[in-house]
Design a protein around this ligand. Structure first.
Ligand SMILES: Nc1nc2c(ncn2[C@@H]2O[C@H](COP(=O)(O)OP(=O)(O)OP(=O)(O)O)[C@@H](O)[C@H]2O)c(=O)[nH]1
Length: 330
């Protein structure tokens, strides 16, 4: 077999693996939300007010968010009039197209930024329990698989368990963790970590932080101090400030995104536990209501269950095998 053939096959088997991960991870959303959409489009024989109302209800039920749902329904009405569509089945691929449009933010913005050369620094923020530590471990693993050297900074010094947990993930991913004792100054830990990363010529430093939203002023002060420490050493860093959100908390995740996003210079979102919810529509609501791109999604608890977010793949995984626009386009 030629080199190029082997390369093509390995690329396409990798793409298939990723599609399968999305499909598996989104099975709850697919069963609930898409199942209902399919039922509606095959049961209803004409597009009337009752049809729109039912579609509206399904979308709101999947946590797509009221503003986005109203916008989407309006756009569908326009398409129906423009294209003189009468059969709901004809509208179905248009719905999937619109969903992809709502989710897209340009490929460039969805990718994690990296330093053109030298050290890349990511700061990870989010409230307790959203899956911050797990995400850092998974991200370290991904970057290592891409051939990068990685170092972690245990900047969540508020709880001893947080530091220990990060070390467990560091071991799993095979990367070192720079830490100090519980209660130490997070900015000091991150200062040490930036120095260590530079000294060791590491490609990427991922910094954990504490996410105590109940004390917003302190949190913001703490984060500002961390920013100053990082920027003194690497002026264009952090290259990303990633806010981790738990998709199973639905609209609550959106509120957190608004609160954090406004004040902490967040540049991208990571939505975890999408596998644990039937309301994956929250991705659409967040994408629409926030100016921030969803950079990655968590689709399970294992180390390789973090995937870069791809709007087309997301919608394909939801509608694949159901005769939607994604397949028709193929
Ligand atoms: N199913 C599923 N579980 C996840 C995912 N990401 C994280 N978890 C689980 O969520 C729980 C909380 O994750 P942590 O990483 O400890 O969360 P944290 O935000 O660091 O929380 P603290 O350490 O308490 O600050 C753990 O049981 C993880 O296994 C995901 O994508 N899918």
């Amino acid at each position: 077999m030629s080199f190029f053939k082997r390369l093509r096959e390995s690329i396409s088997s990798k793409a298939e693996e990723v599609t399968n991960k999305f499909k598996e991870g989104l099975s709850k959303t697919r069963d609930a939300f898409v199942g209902k959409v399919e039922d509606l489009f095959s049961r209803r024989k004409k597009i009337d007010e009752a049809f729109y109302e039912e579609l509206e209800e399904i979308l709101i039920g999947a946590d797509v968010g009221i503003n986005t749902v109203l916008k989407l329904i309006d756009e569908l009405r326009v398409e129906v009039r423009k294209r003189k569509i009468e059969d709901p089945k004809e509208l179905r691929p248009i719905l999937t197209e619109k969903l992809v449009e709502l989710l897209s933010g340009g490929e460039e913005t969805e990718r994690l930024k990296t330093a053109p050369d030298g050290l890349t620094i990511y700061l990870v923020v989010g409230v307790n329990g959203v899956g911050k530590t797990t995400t850092i471990g998974k991200l370290a693993h991904r970057l290592k698989q891409d051939g990068k050297s990685v170092l972690l900074a245990a900047g969540d010094t508020f709880r001893a368990a947080a530091i220990e947990q990060l070390e467990v993930w560091g071991q799993r991913a095979g990367v070192d963790v720079i830490r100090q004792g519980q209660g130490s100054d997070p900015a000091a830990v991150i200062f040490d970590a930036v120095h260590a990363a530079k000294q060791r010529n590491v490609d990427v430093l991922i910094c954990d932080t504490a996410g105590r939203l109940q004390n917003k002023v302190n949190l913001m002060e703490e984060l500002n101090k961390i920013f100053r420490v990082i920027r003194r050493e690497v002026p264009e860093a952090p290259h990303e400030v990633l806010l981790v959100l738990d998709a199973t908390t639905g609209q609550n995740a959106l509120q957190q995104a608004k609160l954090f996003g406004e004040k902490t210079g967040v540049t991208g979102l990571v939505l975890t536990k999408l596998d644990g919810t039937a309301k994956g529509g929250i991705v659409i609501a967040i994408r629409q209501e926030m100016e921030l791109p969803v950079k990655m999604v968590g689709l399970g608890e294992k180390i390789d269950d973090l995937q870069p977010f791809d709007s087309e793949q997301f919608v394909n995984a939801l509608f694949l095998g159901l005769g939607g626009a994604a397949e028709e386009a193929e």
